[in-house]
Ligand binder design. Structure first.
Ligand code: NAD
Length: 398
């Protein structure tokens, strides 16, 4: 999923990478600060305005130091106002020591001594950034250790696992959220405000297209994404979920009623022995709005597009859900005008700070476990439909 984003990094991000590569916790924090300033005066979405002193911030452990954790999540703590990175968990001692040094992180754990986080009061929240097939186990162990958990998307391999995670959070009395960063991303927040504010009229149709070319030979993170046990599913789990989740975020107050889908990928492609390479899907909403989309591991270049067509005007987002360069256009009366928003990169700090504040206050997070469960149930419904050649499947109770 990060492949296209890697290819489209902007100057600002390259500067951040250079700063971080030069080492030192302070340097990473300064790099984050520079990025925040590039938001050109826009508030960091989901981020309170006043920074708390470090000792009053919620302490975070990041579990799994792969490309997403190292490239996005950890640097984002440099922009955070209510959260600080206090612990790292990895199976690679050399990487653990190097990143702990770079970010000035005091506590490190291997997967074997992970459960001993229970004894560490410097850890309030745990962010799970492991392959999907490990989300349920590591989330439940953190909850049992008395920590709040923000689990990366997709929430887990099956809806049954999601239900077990939610039950564990209830039992522990701790917060459980899913890492739907788009809810804290300024371009999507602007689209959400325009839609819920009535600027496009009644929503008639949403189109969501997301995909990239899975390249397991040249990029290691694409290997587990093609193994069912570690990935849960195929393109729908990894990238199609952005289309589903973001579309439903925009259709706040509406509800999905039925879903149909067909598989769309070359069946003789050796990459897709265990998981599906592509899906064309459609959800009918209670309001009558139709949400359709595609997900694919066979697209080039990286594809992330959303269109919202209303009775008065429409919105186009291209790209729609990337890390750095989302863009929004309002189409009205034959004219298309780009809408100015804050810097997309602020979504990462906005997400951790919003979760810290919700967890501290005992309030529901904006993207709770129940939302992650809903989305896995929708993907399971899409697979059920596609397995039956595209028949509409009821979403009652989802
Ligand atoms: P990655 O392969 O780069 O990282 C996975 C990490 O898990 C590695 O450090 C690996 O060593 C570790 N790991 C531990 N046990 C493993 C095992 N048995 N097999 C394979 N790896 C194991 O993957 P990634 O792209 O960083 O994705 C990690 C998580 O983050 C996934 O849940 C993914 O969906 C999510 N993600 C979210 C976003 C987003 O924008 N929110 C973007 C990319 C990835």
């Amino acid at each position: 999923m990060a492949a296209g984003d890697r290819g489209r990094r902007k100057m600002a991000i390259n500067r951040r990478d250079l700063l971080i590569a030069s080492g030192g916790a302070l340097t990473a924090a300064m790099a984050g600060r520079a990025l925040a300033q590039e938001a050109q005066g826009q508030p960091m979405m989901g981020n309170p305005t006043l920074p708390l002193p470090p000792e009053q911030r919620m302490g975070w452990a990041v579990v799994g130091l792969g490309s997403f954790a190292v490239g996005q999540l950890m640097p984002a703590f440099g922009d955070a106002n209510r959260s600080r990175l206090t612990a790292l968990v990895s199976g690679n001692p050399e990487k653990l020591a190097r990143l702990a040094d770079t970010y000035g992180v005091e506590h490190t754990y291997s997967y074997d001594d992970y459960d001993s986080i229970i004894d560490n009061p410097a850890i309030d929240c745990v962010q799970i950034a492991l392959p999907v097939g490990l989300h349920a186990e590591y989330t439940i162990r953190a909850l049992e250790a008395g920590k709040h958990v923000l689990c990366e998307k997709p929430m887990a391999s099956t809806s049954a696992e999601c239900e077990a995670m939610i039950a564990a959070a209830r039992k522990a009395g701790k917060a459980l959220g899913v890492g739907y960063r788009v809810h804290f991303e300024p371009t999507n927040r602007a689209a959400h405000s325009m839609i819920t504010g009535g600027e496009i009229g009644t929503m008639r149709h949403v189109r969501a297209e997301h995909g990239f070319q899975a390249d397991p030979e040249n990029w290691a993170p694409h290997r587990w994404r093609l193994e069912k046990q570690l990935a849960g599913g195929g393109s729908m789990y990894d990238i199609g979920i952005y289309g589903i989740n973001t579309s439903l975020m925009m259709l706040e107050g509406d509800a999905p009623v039925s879903m149909s889908a067909v598989y769309a990928y070359p069946k003789d492609d050796a990459r897709f022995r265990e998981v599906e390479g592509g899906v064309e899907w459609r959800i009918i909403m209670r309001s009558g709005a139709v949400v359709s989309g595609s997900s694919s591991y066979c697209y080039s270049p990286y594809h992330s597009k959303q269109t919202y067509i209303g009775s008065k005007s429409s919105l186009r987002m291209s790209p729609a859900t990337t890390y750095y360069d989302n863009a929004l256009w309002h189409e009205q009366g034959g004219r298309e005008v780009q809408v100015s928003t804050g810097a997309p990169y602020t979504q990462f700090a906005g997400q951790v700070d919003a979760f810290s504040e919700a967890a501290r206050a005992g309030q529901p997070h904006a993207t709770p476990g129940e939302m992650g469960l809903r989305d896995i149930r929708l993907i399971e419904a899409a697979y059920r439909s596609a397995d039956q050649g595209g028949v509409a499947v009821s979403l009652e109770g989802v």
